[in-house]
Design a protein around this ligand. Sequence first.
Ligand SMILES: NC(=O)c1ccc[n+]([C@@H]2O[C@H](COP(=O)([O-])OP(=O)(O)OC[C@H]3O[C@@H](n4cnc5c(N)ncnc54)[C@H](O)[C@@H]3O)[C@@H](O)[C@H]2O)c1
Ligand SMILES: O=c1ccn([C@@H]2O[C@H](COP(=O)(O)OP(=O)(O)O[C@H]3O[C@H](CO)[C@@H](O)[C@H](O)[C@H]3O)[C@@H](O)[C@H]2O)c(=O)[nH]1
Length: 441
Amino acid sequence: MSLKVTVIGTGYLGATHAAGMAELGYEVLGLDVDAEKVASLAAGRVPFYEPGLAELLTRHLDTGRLRFTTDYAEVGEFGDVHFVCVGTPQKKGEFAADLRYVDAAVEALAPHLRRPTLVVGKSTVPVGTAARLATRIAELAPAGTDAELAWNPEFLREGFAVQDTLHPDRLVFGVTSAAAEARLREVYAATIEAGSPVVVTDYATAELVKVSANAFLSTKISFINAMAEVCEAAGADVVKLSESLGYDERIGRRFLGAGLGFGGGCLPKDIRAFMARAGELGADQALTFLREVDAINMRRRSRMVDLAREQCGGGFLGRRITVLGAAFKPESDDIRDSPALNVAAQIQLQGGQVTVYDPKALDNARKMYPGLNYAESAEEAAEGAHVVLHLTEWPEFREIDPVAFGKLVAEQRVVDGRNALDPDRWRAAGWTYRALGRPNA
Ligand SMILES: NC(=O)c1ccc[n+]([C@@H]2O[C@H](COP(=O)([O-])OP(=O)(O)OC[C@H]3O[C@@H](n4cnc5c(N)ncnc54)[C@H](O)[C@@H]3O)[C@@H](O)[C@H]2O)c1
Ligand SMILES: O=c1ccn([C@@H]2O[C@H](COP(=O)(O)OP(=O)(O)O[C@H]3O[C@H](CO)[C@@H](O)[C@H](O)[C@H]3O)[C@@H](O)[C@H]2O)c(=O)[nH]1
């Protein structure tokens, strides 16, 4: 009989994981405490934008392999394997991760476990969490239930979540028994067969792989952005510098894109939680460099505001500013810690009249930043602008015809926060083109 899998927490990670598990052939029950989200998923509507996910979801609602609920008793009854995918955001006013949702999920699930089961943590957590949760499960699971915990961190990227879920570049299994390892190998048999390597290790290492991967990626981005600061001071070109570095295979070109820096629901909060946890463990010195990584990243945002102000003639009062992009990166509608919206809000606070356009993230942006103006197209956003800021590199912004666009604005000034537009094309159309870390023409 085929395995029955549950997925607890059906946000960006969980909804994709649930659909991915159904694609692998399992019967899947997704649970969320957000009844609206559950109703939406059950009706075949993905409550966020993720390419390819809607198709996968509707396919498996149709095959009958995928269902959703808000009822923990049903989940406990149903599942052989339970994946925990709830959020672990940054605590308000602190660096540490807020573990209340993970704790609540385990507390709610464990009393309903009914037979030998494996609970598998996928959320990103501070090292030591799994060991603590394993003890909690042992305390709360009904007597005689052979319930175990494993930690199987997730490395998917938003915008590529379906592909990354079905073809992960590695699987990490943090386990305390051969039986748990065997169960995970069974769950992921097709993925392993298709070539994804498996690393079997203890809880602590599995938890640390995840946060150290995100620390490395953040460091790579802040490294190139630090080089951008030096390039700017020296009149050099960070795009050419990055290209040249990337040809060295030991360095590699990926995640060397200089610009406005990293945002989103993962990298910023994960490096901060990592520093906080290292501090608790007495290893804070090991991660002091991450403070600098964070600081370099945040400086990108203020530098962008400065450049925009410069282009507005020294102040924002009475100036119209077009912001292209609201999502923290293209191919996503996620605006968590979005650098684009952070810059837009700073400029608005300083008296600028900001109009934002994004192909997918307008609804989310309107809810979180109701004070900004929004437009339904790049062209509408550009009407009468004194400066255009390109802050999220959606492909459609690269397609803009700078000649036609130039007729809409009050002044032809563009600041490219993602080094993704072609400076020659914009300059040839009469625009003043500025970018972070690139020389002026
Ligand atoms: N988004 C990503 O790309 C990604 C990738 C890898 C890892 N992660 C990690 O995965 C976790 C989830 O991230 P996300 O982006 O999917 O967050 P999210 O906010 O989109 O989703 C979390 C979901 O958990 C639900 N939830 C909260 N408490 C619950 C409870 N007690 N029981 C059941 N459901 C509950 C929320 O309603 C929400 O739908 C985080 O730890 C994150 O760091 C995220
Ligand atoms: O060269 C680059 C690459 C990325 N970014 C920015 O970095 C941020 C994060 O991008 P990305 O890593 O592609 O997005 P996420 O979906 O947040 O994925 C990261 O965070 C996830 C959650 O932990 C992990 O699973 C993924 O492996 C990890 O890449 C975005 O703001 C990007 O604009 C740059 O500034 N320059």
